[in-house]
Design a protein around this ligand. Structure first.
Ligand code: FE
Length: 208
């Protein structure tokens, strides 16, 4: 116990939730072995899925979408109207992304996403969620005190005149954030811009 005094601000999520990763890994291996033994899965399939989400599907795809929206106003309009359809134009689609909604950050409105129930997340554009996205503390505090959580755990101190909108992403609708295009990037091309867009920026816990 760290002897936290009453009334002091809570430690960051990473400190309060030291996840027993080894335990989770052991449980996963046991489940995998069982499913393979029962003939419900093959180790080939497991390897293929792991590689798919480690290498091929991830936030670099969402970054591509955001960068295109930054340089192409017509695409941006289509993206904000129907993200699933617009992403498909770039060949980006798949499970857990059947109904995606993209919300745009502006100088006056900051969007952030959370799944209060579990860990719903737009897989086709962001890949798999980071562990902290699943922690109860993130899920509850983000709706109770988003401004405080963003400041204390993510170092994102939003001015009081910026409205914070929290989106509860679910199995039906999965949100992601289009961060503001940073100043001074006017001469950058799409590929270069995409490199600036981070996973955390598209969750809304960081700026780009
Ligand atoms: Fe969920």
């Amino acid at each position: 116990m760290s002897g936290q005094s009453v009334g002091s601000s809570p430690p960051p999520i990473s400190e309060t939730f030291p996840r027993p990763e080894a335990e989770a890994a052991a449980r996963t291996r046991a489940l995998e072995a069982l499913l393979i033994e029962k003939g419900l899965m093959t180790s080939d399939l497991v390897d293929r899925m792991a590689s798919l989400y480690e290498k091929d599907i991830g936030p670099h795809l969402g970054a591509k979408v955001v960068a295109k929206a930054w340089v192409d106003p017509a695409f941006k309009k289509r993206l904000l109207e129907n993200a699933t359809k617009a992403c498909k134009e770039l060949g980006i689609s798949g499970v857990q992304g059947e109904d995606m909604v993209c919300v745009e950050n502006t100088p006056k409105v900051h969007h952030v996403i959370v799944c209060t129930l579990c860990s719903c997340y737009p897989w086709p554009v962001l890949g798999l969620p980071p562990n902290w996205f699943k922690y109860p503390q993130y899920r509850s505090r983000m709706v109770i005190e988003p401004r405080k959580l963003l400041k204390e755990d993510f170092g994102l101190d939003l001015p009081q005149d910026v409205e914070v909108r929290v989106w509860d992403t679910s199995a039906e609708i999965r949100y992601f954030v289009m961060p503001e295009r940073p100043a001074g990037t006017e001469r950058m091309g799409e590929a270069e811009l995409a490199k600036l867009v981070t996973r955390d920026g598209m969750i809304g816990v960081a700026k780009v």
